[in-house]
Design a protein around this ligand. Sequence first.
Ligand SMILES: [Zn+2]
Length: 202
Amino acid sequence: MDSHGTTIAARVPYVVAYNKETVALDLVVIHDVWALSGRRLSYTDPRADDWNLSVLWARQKCDRRGKVNYQEMHTLRQRACMLHRLCQVCEGPALDPGTGRLSWVFHEKTHATTGRLSKPPTCMRCIPEALDACPRLQHQAHVYTSPDYKPWGVKGIVVSPSGPPTLHDVPLTDCHTLEYTLARALIVHVSDLRPEMVQNDR
Ligand SMILES: [Zn+2]
């Protein structure tokens, strides 16, 4: 509430997709002499910027207006956050300059000190807002920090000649599967995860 007693709408996190931001699916398998199998997945009108880290990325419209789909991350904004260490809420630098660490907000406690994450970091400045805005985090939230991370792989739709497309986590070392994957999110590997005192058990 502001000083006039009116409710201020929470900011929509940078990474969240809007309903109008649809994904193009006009895909085809093309011949490619550089591919391990001689073929790879492509859009029907391929552009060089469709590929990043040797994988095809979903072309998703960018139009941050209208109805918000909180269940979905925007593929290209998620990738930008992970590649450039940007906060998933404000798009600002996520690395804390004082500690040199990144902060992560989880719905559940973990005892793991390493792991793979696809939800981008949240900067310390945005953590109170994130805890207030998300209904699940209002119930329970746990903040962890880690040093910098390494890209591990992608969450993507793998097209197989023998069955329907399926969603998989594909490591960047699996070059063959990556040639048949439409990436929807970059997964990173974090280590030295530590719980922080900011908690929200309400
Ligand atoms: Zn932020």
